[in-house]
Each structure stands twice: as C-alpha cells, then as structure tokens.
Design a protein around this ligand. Structure first.
Ligand code: GRG
Length: 307
C-alpha cells in the first residue's frame, strides 16, 4: 500500500453532498480540459473535445477519486484514471448515439457528435478517446507503482470489452423489438452496459493504492449495487422526466417497446428496488466508518437524482 494522506473524515451530518459534487465536478472539468490538446488534425480533436466537454455529471471520475481517497490515496494520483474513465464513458455515448446503434440526435443537452461532425468523424472520435484513455492512465499517473497501473489497465479493458460495455450493448441490440425478455437478460444488459464501467471506476480508485483484495471485493459489491440502482433510476427518468431536465431524448424506451425495470415491476416497485440496492451498497461500506460518508452520499444521490 502506498503511504498517503489519511482520508478526509466527515462526521455524520456534516457532509454537504451538493458542495462536494460541485467542487469535484470543477476539478474534473479542469483536468479534462487540459487532457486533450487542440492540434492538427483539428477536426478530430474538436470532435473529441466536443463530447468530452459537453457536461455530464462526471459520476465515474468522482467515484474513482472518492474511492482512492477512502483507501488512503490522493486526488492527484487518481486524476489521470478519473479522466480516462470519463473518456471511455464519452466514447460509449458517442458510439451508442450513432444511427447504427440507438440513433439519437441529442445528448448532454446538445446535438450528438455525429449530428455535428458526421458519422465517420464520430466513430473516429470515439476510437480516439478510447485509445487515448489507456495511454493517458499510463503516461500521466504519478507516484503509483507500474504493477498497480497494469492491474488498472487490465480492469479498464475488461470493463469495455465483450466482458463489459460491448457485451451488454450486443445483447441490448439483439433484444430490440423483444419487449418480453426476462429479468435475467435485463440484468445482464445493464450490469454490462452500465454496471461494468461504474464498477471499474470504484475498483480502479482502490487499485491505485494497492488496496487489499477483500477491500476491492467489498467496493466492487458496493459498485454493482449502485450500478443497478443507477440503471433502474435511468429507466424511471425516461418515463417521468423531460428532455430539458435530462439533456437527452426521453420516452425512447416506451416508444421502442423496450423491456425496462418499470415495465417489468411498475414504477413503485422499481423505486423501492433502487432504494433497497442503495441501502445494501451503503451497508457494505459501514466498516470504514465516517471516511465512507462521501461514497455513501453518492449512493443516495443515485436514487434522488432528477437527471
Ligand atoms: C465501441 C469499444 C466500444 C464500446 C461501445 C456503445 C457501447 C459499446 C456501449 C453502450 C454503453 C452505454 C451508452 C451505456 C449507457 C450508460 C448510461 C446509463 C449512460 C448515462 O450515464 P450518465 O447518466 O451520463 O452518467 P452523463 O451524461 O451524466 O455522464
């Protein structure tokens, strides 16, 4: 384990999540802004920056930073991995929005990448972000042993490959027009499409500090629970929210006759299930005491969020 500052402790009732998220989002925005140059050929760098800097909650980087701190590491050592996670996430959004996939015109409150730059450049912008994410972790992380970085690179690869995002997306595409898929398939899709990268965000934060296997396993269970809760809330918001609030097209699941958690369970049971998963996630972290308050508050935010 790397020696580092002790984690900041927030005694119960003193933690201001809104202020915390705002401060962390600003740190992440600044690091992302500095991560991609404006260079020749400008078109591709513009396209990569367009989607990367288009806003978003920056949940994955924030989870990575918070977990690294919980395990005794620092924001500084985690920031390159945090940026890489957002690059990977942004790549997946660009590709997900393409006509060959979800065919969406609107994301993060703006026209989608292919609407602005064309399909060819959007594909390449996604590829560019994906490859650069791996380079960025390895080149920019300071004061972390290479053996820890190797584990992180492997974990990120696992989260993107057929074992993660790609696998989830393939099953999702296969299930298009089949509104009657069962719970098992629905869980597979979301634990891969959404859960895998959220889990990698938390786990990579821990791996940066050389955390013990038992901590990694505990944090991984926390992440799996919040990942599923996050997706259930996403499905609920697709029904109950508006495009202005969400920054993306709403009502798509119903229009496409897609199987969703609310379709399977109804809105009320879906809300209860999301709350149960968040409670379980928070309980996993009880062993860390007050140091885990930020991660626990982020879990609560997942069910209370409006976008
Ligand atoms: C091309 C290697 C390669 C992989 C891509 C397209 C694809 C495979 C996977 C789709 C993954 C995907 C788009 C999952 C949805 C995840 C999700 C819930 C996105 C919304 O996340 P938020 O709410 O968005 O955190 P913001 O905008 O806040 O960041």
């Amino acid at each position: 384990m790397i020696s580092a500052d002790p984690p900041q402790v927030h005694p119960a009732g003193t933690f201001d999540l809104k202020a915390y998220l705002k401060e962390r989002q600003a740190l992440v925005e600044a690091a992302l802004e500095a991560s991609i140059p404006v260079a020749y050929p400008e078109k591709i760098y513009d396209a990569m920056r367009y989607s990367l800097m288009a806003g978003g909650k920056r949940l994955r980087p924030i989870l990575c930073l918070a977990t690294c701190e919980l395990m005794g590491g620092t924001v500084e050592m985690a920031m390159p991995t945090a940026c890489a996670l957002e690059m990977i996430h942004t790549m997946s959004l660009i590709h997900d929005d393409l006509p060959a996939m979800d065919n969406d015109d609107y994301r993060r409150g703006k026209p989608t990448n292919h609407k602005v730059y064309g399909e060819d450049i959007a594909i390449l912008a996604g590829d560019g972000l994906l490859a650069y994410a791996f380079e960025y972790v390895v080149e920019q992380t300071k004061n972390v042993p290479a053996e820890y970085l190797l584990k992180i690179v492997a974990r990120l690869g696992h989260a993107v490959a057929a074992t993660g995002l790609v696998g989830g997306q393939v099953v999702d595409l296969e299930c298009e027009g089949q509104p009657d898929i069962g719970l098992e398939t629905l869980h597979f899709i979301h634990s891969h499409k959404t859960g895998a990268l959220l889990e990698a965000s938390v786990v990579s934060g821990a791996l940066l500090t050389g955390a013990h296997e038992s901590d990694v396993a505990r944090l991984s269970r926390y992440a799996a629970n919040i990942g599923l809760a996050f997706q259930i809330v996403d499905d609920i918001l697709d029904i109950t929210s508006t495009r202005d609030v969400l920054g993306k097209t709403v009502g798509k699941d119903v229009a496409a006759q897609k199987m969703t958690y609310p379709r399977l369970w109804g809105l009320e049971k879906s809300r209860q299930e999301a709350e149960r998963l968040v409670a379980e996630a928070k309980a996993e972290l009880a062993v860390y005491g007050a140091a885990a308050v930020p991660l626990q508050a982020i879990a609560d935010y997942i069910t209370s969020r409006s976008h």
